[in-house]
Design a binder for this molecule. Structure first.
Ligand code: NAI
Ligand code: MG
Length: 336
């Protein structure tokens, strides 16, 4: 029996997470879901976006499965996603984007894993105004040798463990000579320890252009926090949209699994949200807890349903009659 902290989240969160739990339970793996709250729904219920009970549960389980959280702009509360990643030192954010046989996009052979540094960079939360009139603002980026080294190590080790050929570091060391310069220096040092894996460097803006024009040259990509945030939405766009891309937040002794996308308030409550991303995140979570065979069955079932293109949400097929619930049920039913 595994115990997992379940945070359904905001907006489309509860609807897609219910489908993901349905699919994971259908594997037969025994999981005790410990429901906890975070984000806007927690704020409305308990007056805080991150109640102590949620932390107590995650402290104990060390594995969390989380729906998207709405970050209310301008309330003074920091992003709970960022807070959780920093609190549990979930330093590696792994976001695989792969073409699907059944989804027509510009390319049919994209297979890119973004490995995003998840604890520092521009998202450390060091922001303030420099003038009483609040007309000058400053946001600081923090890059440390130790965090850079462990994320680049993670990317190379991931490449080695998953039979991948190449790691590309994306950076802006030409302009941000200190913070990005340090990250690039460390990446070069680590790369030298992995002679079996090809190493490439790209300046982030050019990397975006190359990724759109010739995605095949990218395999594993390692980069700092904000660039990884942006690049992972870009890779989502290459393979069919945000509804498809899972993300694992991995630390030394805790891990949190979620989708790359947010709470999509524009489609919440309409049975339109694609549950694929969180279901695929669930598969990553099953692998993480040692249930690799169940994880493979989930991935196969998702592939079958997505590639058939019938019981899928409208982002994948505009003529569909199915929604979130029908897609989740079809995936659960497709499991052998
Ligand atoms: P978003 O990712 O929620 O939505 C962007 C666009 O993609 C929307 O048009 C939405 O309808 C579509 N979309 C997203 N997920 C989809 C799905 N599963 N199926 C079909 N279409 C989908 O980004 P947005 O609108 O910028 O952010 C909304 C809220 O989510 C904000 O409060 C933001 O802070 C939060 N957010 C939370 C994240 C997390 O909890 N990990 C990650 C990203 C954003
Ligand atoms: Mg993002």
């Amino acid at each position: 029996m595994h115990t997992i902290t379940l945070i359904k989240g905001d907006g489309i969160g509860p609807s897609i997470m219910d489908e993901a739990v349905k699919v994971i339970n259908a594997t037969g793996v025994k999981i005790e879901w410990e429901e906890a709250y975070a984000g806007l729904s927690a704020f409305e219920k308990f007056g805080t976006p991150l109640p102590d009970a949620t932390m107590t549960s995650f402290d104990k389980t060390r594995v969390a499965f989380k729906g998207p959280l709405t970050t209310v702009v301008g309330t003074g509360f920091r992003s709970i996603n960022v807070a959780l990643r920093q609190q549990y030192d979930l330093y590696a954010n792994v976001r695989p984007a792969k073409s699907w046989a059944g989804i027509k996009t510009r390319y049919d052979d994209v297979d890119i894993v973004i490995v995003r540094e998840n604890t520092e960079g521009l998202y450390v939360g060091l922001e303030h105004y420099l003038s009483p009139k609040k007309d000058i603002a400053e946001s600081l980026a923090v890059v440390t040798r130790s965090a850079s080294e462990r994320i680049v190590e993670y990317a190379f080790q991931y490449a080695r463990d998953n039979n991948r050929q190449k790691v590309t570091v994306c950076h802006k060391a030409n302009i941000l000579k200190f913070s990005q310069g340090l990250f690039l220096d460390v990446a070069r040092e680590v790369a030298a320890r992995y002679p079996d894996i090809n190493f490439d460097e790209k300046i982030i803006d050019a990397a975006c252009m190359h990724m759109v024009m010739n995605p095949k040259q990218f395999d594993v990509v390692v980069t700092t926090n904000m660039f990884g945030d942006i690049l992972s939405d870009l890779t989502a766009g290459l393979v069919g949209g945000l509804g498809l891309i899972p993300g694992a937040n991995i630390g030394a002794d805790a891990a949190l699994f979620e989708a790359v996308h947010g709470s999509a308030p524009d489609i919440a409550g309409k049975n339109l949200a694609n549950p694929t991303a969180v279901i695929m995140a669930g598969a990553m979570m099953l692998s993480h807890i040692g249930e690799t065979e169940a994880a493979e069955r989930v991935v196969k079932a998702v592939e079958k349903v997505v590639n058939e293109g019938i019981y899928v949400t409208p982002d994948l097929n505009p003529n569909t009659k199915a929604g979130t619930v029908e897609m989740g049920s079809a995936i659960a039913a497709a499991m052998e």
